[in-house]
Design a protein around this ligand. Structure first.
Ligand SMILES: Nc1ncnc2c1ncn2[C@@H]1O[C@H](COP(=O)(O)OP(=O)(O)OP(=O)(O)O)[C@@H](O)[C@H]1O
Ligand SMILES: [Mg+2]
Length: 464
């Protein structure tokens, strides 16, 4: 964070200083959790679902915060008072970025793989210079400005994740942090309930290429026709990546998976090629790696360096295709961070691969949220895919995931066991009785399904 006086912050946000000395300075960070305050911080008081940040304003200042960004005065607390704290965070981030002309902003969006690709891209960019990228999935109107506000004069690259749950969301994020490079990974069925159709998803994601300047670069997935069509919606130069599309500018050839589902391939770039062996599990990470490679090339990295950095990149964010082998030889695939139909397909394909060579495969699937009208058919499809992956057992947790069972049982020739479980604890008990040394078990669901607990308990039990 760059040093800002409270007068600067008031001017940047259109706020009013209350009980504050305009010359006092914020040296950072900007935080929304009073427990993260350190001396010199700015505490942004957001209205939460359960708590109101304003109730923690005095605590934050007591811990050393220089001031509070608030939507109403708090007695005895130095504050910049604004009409809307979230909007003010965006304005502040935008203004700070305006003072950092040396920083190149890359935005990454898509229905699946944003965090994974952001993490890979950041690990490439870091080789070129100081890089700021969000922790985990900080990708919305709060997380994105908080991430931008971590940048300072030394920052050369900002690698930002941009999410959309509706039309206009990405345009707003691009207004806060105007990207020079924008990558669109895929258009899928995440949040189908809110969007209503894949075309509406494409409309929203396409706001990223639309926001790019003429001198910018749109990195588009040539394997996804809705993404490729976004080439018509940008004034920027277009660079494509893809596995299937032969005309893509950045490609992978000769893809092989090892017994833990890690891909090796030959990376084909416009200026040459080099071998890559990923440390990430699942074939779907090849596309993410290609997107990262295309971005890194635009940032100035050469092909051998990109291939070397891709081969060393690790999964930085938790619960996405994390593999753990328990003491008893059971392999636990913790992909419980989140789920939508496309990432569930990717995870089940990876499970099918892991279950080759003698391991029995099991899947514990909870519901996929926010799918609206396509919820039942999407869960049934997940069941079918699990059956096709040859799982020995399939556990569907919760009522909304129930169609998973029907989908699997309807798949001709599948002889595995399909077991509905009312909750996570029951699922763990069922698994305790089913699992034998050497088996592999995938845990996957939307965050709201609460299956993080299943993966955690499976691992804790293995450690006993
Ligand atoms: N290219 C891809 N295609 C399909 N699934 C993917 C892809 N990349 C990652 N996934 C899977 O999707 C899930 C979410 O991955 P990740 O967190 O990278 O995506 P995200 O787009 O950031 O998600 P969110 O919208 O929750 O922030 C994980 O289970 C991951 O293994
Ligand atoms: Mg994410």
């Amino acid at each position: 964070m760059i040093r800002l006086s409270l007068a600067d912050i008031a001017a940047m946000t259109g706020g009013a200083l209350v009980a504050a000395d305009p010359g006092d300075a914020v040296t950072g960070p900007v935080v929304i959790d009073s427990r993260q305050v350190i001396p010199g911080a700015l505490f942004a008081a957001l209205p939460g679902e359960r708590v109101d940040g304003h109730d923690y304003a005095a605590t934050a200042v007591g811990s050393g915060a220089a001031a509070v960004l608030a939507s109403r005065p708090v007695p005895g607390v130095p504050a910049v008072v604004v009409p809307d704290v979230t909007v003010a965070l965006g304005a502040l981030a935008k203004a700070v970025l305006g003072r950092l002309p040396a920083a190149t902003v890359t935005g990454i969006t898509g229905s699946s793989g944003k965090t994974s690709t952001k993490d890979i891209t950041a690990q490439l960019a870091e080789r070129l210079g100081p890089t700021v990228a969000p922790e985990g999935s900080f990708n919305n109107e709060i997380g994105l400005p908080l991430t931008v506000l971590r940048a300072d004069a030394s920052t050369r690259f900002l690698v930002l994740e941009m999410s959309a749950r509706g039309i206009g969301h990405i345009a707003a994020l691009c207004d806060v942090a105007p990207p020079r490079i924008g990558a669109v990974l895929n258009v899928g069925r995440a949040h189908a309930g809110e969007f209503g159709s894949l075309d509406a998803v494409a409309k929203a994601k396409g706001e990223l290429p639309e926001a790019l300047p003429a001198g910018g670069v749109a990195v588009l997935n040539a394997d996804d026709s809705r993404v490729l069509a976004m080439a018509a919606r940008t004034g920027a130069r277009v660079v494509t990546f893809g596995i299937r599309a032969p005309e893509a500018g950045v490609r992978a050839e000769d893809i092989r998976l090892d017994d833990l589902g890690r891909a090796s391939f030959r990376l084909l770039m416009p200026d040459g090629s080099a071998p890559v062996t990923l440390r990430l599990h699942g074939a779907h990470h090849v596309a993410n790696a290609l997107a990262a490679a295309a971005i890194a090339a635009e940032l100035g990295m050469d092909t051998p360096a990109i291939a070397a950095a891709l081969s060393e990149a690790t999964a930085r964010s938790k619960r996405r295709m994390e593999l753990h082998e328990r003491a008893d030889g059971v392999l636990v695939v913790n992909d419980a961070y989140n789920a939508n139909p496309d990432s569930t397909r990717a995870a089940l394909e990876a499970l099918g691969h892991l279950a080759q060579g003698g391991r029995r495969g099991f899947a514990v699937l909870g519901h996929m949220a926010e799918l609206g009208d396509i919820a039942d058919e999407s869960h049934a499809e997940a069941g079918r895919l699990a059956a096709r992956a040859g799982v020995a057992g399939l556990i569907a947790v919760g009522e909304e995931a129930r169609p998973v069972i029907d989908g699997a049982r309807a798949e001709p020739g599948w002889h595995g066991e399909a077991i509905p479980a009312p909750d996570a604890s029951t699922a763990v008990e069922v698994l305790d009785n089913l699992l034998r040394p050497g088996d592999v078990v995938l845990v996957k669901a939307s965050k709201s399904a609460g299956l993080w607990e299943v993966a955690d308990r499976l691992l804790a039990e293995g450690a006993r």
